[in-house]
Each structure stands twice: as structure tokens, then as C-alpha cells.
Design a protein around this ligand. Structure first.
Ligand code: NAD
Ligand code: UDP
Length: 317
């Protein structure tokens, strides 16, 4: 009888952590999910409640992580992730990126486990190079409001490379670009749930600035596939995972209105401080070393996500 490997997912009750837990269970891992429910919700993992291979531990990973038994793979995903969340939770964001990453790396070292850290396209800040390649060092304002997230993630990357170089730990870093799908929080302020929620409820779509800033949206199943492949690779430097299909925010708003059939108006609001003007991943590296590229079309991904939010709104009416 083969013994199952154990994976630990920090941030398991969040949007990405819950999808990642599903994938790992599907790949035959036992999964231990850690989360303090700061921005996540137990409903995201409620369907795993009776799964004998899934354990949930409510724990703040900025505190020492004490887990019995062997651990083979750690995915460090705990962190507020939406601009509204990290602007409201600046200290928690800095602490989970620094102390939380230190504890997750400490656990990996103690267990001789592989650790994959969830980094972000925000490490490139408001980029002066477009599209963004992993070799670009970024243009981040360390003391602006977004600095609490960007610098925490940059520190987390540096700490992860430090453990790799100093302790020979097997580490990976994924730089995640805007990802969307079911289980996002309707009110987390990110543009996908914001516009879909507004369109479905007949409210005006709140476009920040003139809407000429660009983003590139990746569907969650594509992202999780890239991350799983990276976890099985022997590559240690950061890798971009995202969908290069780029559009302006105003184009995105128009597509949401068309797909939902909504007649909501567009309401222009001030652009948040340091909001990046452009963002598109260069995924040449992921294609080469992981044989990965996104497969789900924008239309298909948005239709699935709209269906999720329709059900959510109906249940919570
Ligand atoms: P999310 O808010 O849905 O999930 C984050 C989870 O981390 C939540 O469940 C939250 O309760 C938990 N958490 C926060 N602080 C914690 C702590 N101290 N201890 C334990 N748990 C804690 O966000 P998400 O979109 O799923 O993001 C997951 C990770 O991916 C984050 O690290 C984020 O920075 C990264 N990321 C996401 C995106 C994206 O587009 N979704 C883009 C770039 C990076
Ligand atoms: N945005 C917007 N209206 C909203 C929410 C976001 O116009 O209600 C814009 C935001 O200014 C940014 C883009 O949409 O340019 C993506 O924002 P999001 O919060 O999803 O994530 P970011 O990519 O900025 O981290």
C-alpha cells in the first residue's frame, strides 16, 4: 500500500487556497489547511468536511506553526489579497508576508519539505517594462498605501530565496497575476466580483479613473494547474503564472455588461493611489519549463463566475 504524501496549505479557506486544496486532494495528497479566517470563509471548504484526507486547523500563521507528523509540500498562500483588504489590514498584511513566511519556511526546514510561496504581479509595482518578465525588478512605492502588500511579498520572496540558498531548502515562487473565479468574496473590492455583483444587482459599475488602465485576467483552474506543475518542478526562481489576454478596465466593464445582459450604467470614481497603469504577464518561462499555458477562454471563465455569484446572491437574498 502506498502512503499518501501530505501537503499543507496556508490560507486554505480563501479563494485560491480552497481550489488548491481540491486539486491536491485530487492528486492523491492528504491536505492540512491552515487559516485564521481573516479574509477567508469556512464555506469555501465546507464540501471537504467529510473528506478523511482533509484536515482544517484554525491558526494564525504569524504565530509558530506546530504540526505533528510528516509534511512533504507546503503552499504558503495566507495573506489578504485584494486592495481593499490590504488597505484595511496593513499590519496583518505585513506580518503574514514577513513573520508568516518565516514560520512557513521554518516548518518546511523542520520537515525537510518543499515550499511554494504565493507571490504576486504587485512585486512589479506600477511597471515600466511591459509585458512583465520575471527578470524585471519592478517599480514599487514602498511607502504608498499598496506598499504594505507589495513590500511584504517582496520580502517574502527574498526570505524564500534566503532559505533556499542558506539551508538548501527546495523552494518555488509563483508570481500570480489577476485571477478570478468562483469562491471570490463578492465584497472583496477586486474588479471581477465588484463588476459582476454590480451588474447582477442593477447597480452602476464603479470604474476607477478613466478606465484606461489594463489588467490580464486568468481563470482559477488554469492558475491552479500552473501552480501544481511548478510545485512538481525543480525550478527555484520566480515564475509568472497568469493569462496574457490584456484589456482596459473599461473594456472589461463593457464585456461584463454584455455577458450578464445588465443595463447598469458606468460610474467613474477616483483612481486609487499607485494603481498600476498596465499589467500583462510574459509567460514565456512558464511555457518553457512547465509546458503550461492558460486554456479557459475569458467568456467561459466569466460565465462560470457569473453563475456562481448568481447562486450566491439568490442564497443570501
Ligand atoms: P483570499 O483573501 O481569498 O485568501 C487568503 C486567505 O489567507 C484567507 O482565507 C485568509 O483568512 C488567510 N489568512 C490571511 N492572513 C492569515 C494568517 N495570518 N494566518 C492564517 N491565514 C491567514 O485571497 P486569494 O485571492 O485566495 O489569495 C491567496 C494568495 O494568493 C495570497 O497570498 C495572495 O497574495 C496571492 N495572490 C492572489 C492573486 C489573485 O488574483 N487572486 C494575485 C496575486 C497573488
Ligand atoms: N477597479 C475598478 N473598479 C472597481 C475595482 C477595481 O475600476 O470597483 C480597477 C482598479 O483600479 C484596477 C483594476 O480595476 O485598475 C483591477 O483592480 P483589482 O482591485 O481587481 O486588483 P489590482 O489588479 O489593482 O490588484
Amino acid at each position: 500500500m502506498s502512503i499518501k504524501k501530505t501537503a499543507v496549505v496556508t490560507g486554505a479557506a480563501g479563494f485560491l487556497g480552497s481550489h488548491l486544496s481540491d486539486r491536491l486532494l485530487g492528486e492523491g495528497y492528504k491536505v492540512v489547511g491552515l487559516d485564521n479566517l481573516l479574509t477567508g470563509n469556512l464555506r469555501n471548504i465546507a464540501h471537504l468536511g467529510n473528506n478523511p484526507d482533509f484536515d482544517f486547523v484554525q491558526h494564525d500563521v504569524t504565530k509558530f506553526i506546530d504540526l505533528p507528523g510528516p509534511v512533504n509540500l507546503i503552499f504558503h498562500f495566507a495573506s489578504p489579497a485584494s486592495p481593499i483588504d490590504y488597505l484595511q489590514l496593513p499590519i496583518q498584511t505585513l506580518k503574514v508576508g514577513s513573520l508568516g513566511t518565516h514560520n512557513a519556511l521554518g516548518l518546511a526546514k523542520a520537515k525537510q519539505a518543499t515550499l511554494l510561496m504565493a507571490s504576486t504581479s504587485e512585486t512589479y509595482g506600477d511597471p515600466l517594462v511591459h509585458p512583465q518578465k520575471e527578470t524585471y525588478w519592478g517599480n514599487v512605492n514602498p511607502v504608498g498605501p499598496r506598499g504594505v502588500y507589495d513590500e511584504a511579498k517582496r520580502f517574502a520572496e527574498a526570505m524564500t530565496m534566503g532559505y533556499h540558498r542558506a539551508h538548501g531548502l527546495d523552494t518555488k515562487i509563483v508570481r500570480i497575476f489577476n485571477t478570478y473565479g468562483p469562491r471570490m468574496r463578492l465584497e472583496d473590492g477586486r474588479v471581477v466580483p465588484a463588476f459582476i455583483g454590480q451588474a447582477l444587482q442593477g447597480q452602476p459599475l464603479t470604474v476607477f479613473g478613466d478606465g484606461s488602465q489594463t489588467r490580464s485576467f486568468c481563470y482559477v483552474s488554469d492558475l491552479i494547474d500552473g501552480i501544481f506543475r511548478l510545485s512538481q518542478s525543480d525550478y527555484h526562481e520566480p515564475v509568472n503564472i497568469g493569462n496574457p489576454a490584456e484589456m482596459t478596465v473599461i473594456e472589461f466593464a463593457e464585456k461584463i455588461l454584455r455577458i450578464t445582459g445588465s443595463d447598469s450604467k458606468i460610474d467613474f470614481r477616483p483612481l486609487p493611489v499607485d494603481d498600476p497603469k498596465v499589467r500583462q504577464p510574459d509567460i514565456t518561462l512558464a511555457r518553457k519549463i512547465l509546458g503550461w499555458e492558460p486554456k479557459v477562454s475569458f467568456e467561459e471563465g466569466i460565465v462560470n463566475t457569473v453563475a456562481y455569484f448568481k447562486d450566491f446572491l439568490a442564497l443570501n437574498a
